[in-house]
Design a protein around this ligand. Structure first.
Ligand code: FAD
Length: 310
């Protein structure tokens, strides 16, 4: 069995694998797609100490760094069930979609999350060419330009407030007849001179010139009229979904499906840790996932030296 089995090969999982392997213990990583969300990212400018890099390059470097160590990398392997140890110090079991079963004394869950998409024509074609999902990451790229934020929940309204300080103009588009964000955020948003709020609006299409976004269209749900807004950027903020559907019966999840962790990365099950975008830790970012992954691996090691194997 593994001493530490990491599930997920994004920044969080890679950091956990490296920190665990450096303890000279038996480490495995099972990942559906090594690299994670970083593979879908173009420019990265907030990976501290690296002024600029690109997603695929960083993903390759993550894998190279893990391969420096004696880590059993199982890429293109999707986990479908976690069976926690029945007794303290016992082995946890992770079942893979291919039928294999992996046993481990500790497990680090780092399965990340995915941005909910609008699923409208043009969205995929212009992803990273005007269509963005992370205001902390891509906001500065739209300095002085016009953008829309899709979604009037807390994350959409926070994004609109954040972006209003950087870009020329923000249009916030909400499907419902009213915003769903906290009142204090709504008040802040309403006070900003360069923000327009449109409610009861269904985004129907992302338009572009072949290279980049030029406009979006939406349908007024009261009149059914179609409208077009000229702009350079669209931030989609309609939900970040953690990849934890397979963990429902194994560890405690928040109402949003995030794995509940404490400040050491411990879950509700002894010897099962979690890190990164799949957890309740706020602010989903590369450096944060790496820090949390490192922390979870150190907590796993701490568990190993304090627990008698059953
Ligand atoms: P992920 O990167 O999501 O990795 C999860 C891993 O788990 C993957 O290997 C996945 O295949 C695997 N997995 C999932 N389910 C299973 C399963 N059942 N079995 C096995 N493996 C599984 N952050 C920044 O800091 N700066 C940026 O500029 C930036 N830009 C971004 C741009 C885009 C378009 C996107 C989508 C995100 C961006 N982010 C950025 C956010 C950043 O990518 C994430 O915060 C970070 O990747 C989270 O790392 P993670 O390891 O927690 O999860």
């Amino acid at each position: 069995p593994f001493d530490v089995l990491v599930v997920g090969g994004g920044p969080g999982g890679a950091a956990a694998a490296i920190y665990a392997a450096r303890k000279g213990i038996r480490v495995g990583v099972a990942a559906e797609r090594f690299g994670g969300q970083v593979l879908d990212t173009m420019g990265i400018e907030n990976f501290i100490s690296v002024q600029h890099t690109e997603g695929p390059k960083l993903a390759a470097q993550l894998e190279q760094h893990v391969k420096e160590y004696d880590v059993d990398i199982m890429n293109l392997q999707k986990a479908e069930k976690l069976i926690p140890a029945r007794v303290p110090g016992g082995l946890h079991e992770v079942r893979l979609e291919n039928g294999a079963s992996l046993k481990a004394r500790t497990v680090v869950l780092a399965t990340g999350a995915r941005w909910r998409q609008m699923n409208v024509p043009g969205e995929n074609d212009y992803r990273n060419k005007g269509v963005a999902y992370c205001p902390h990451c891509d906001g500065p790229l739209f300095k002085g330009k016009r953008v829309a934020v899709i979604g009037g929940g807390n994350s959409g309204v926070e994004a609109a407030i954040d972006l209003a300080g950087i870009v020329a103009h923000v249009t916030l588009i909400e499907f419902d007849s009213q915003l769903r964000a906290d009142a204090v955020l709504q008040r802040k948003l309403a006070s900003l001179p360069n923000v327009k709020i449109i409610t009861s609006a269904l985004t129907t299409e992302v338009l572009g010139d072949g290279e980049k976004v030029t406009a979006l269209t939406y349908k007024d749900r009261n009149s059914d009229d179609l409208h077009q807004i000229e702009l350079e950027g669209i931030f989609v903020q309609i939900g970040l979904v953690p990849n934890t559907e397979w963990l429902k019966d194994a560890v405690a999840l928040s109402p949003r499906g995030e794995i509940e962790v404490d400040h050491r990365g411990e879950t509700s099950q002894p010897g099962i840790l979690a890190a990164g975008d799949c957890t309740t830790v706020p602010y989903k970012q590369i450096v944060i996932a790496m820090g949390e992954g490192s922390k979870a691996a150190l907590s796993a090691f701490d568990y190993l030296i304090r627990t008698v194997p059953a």
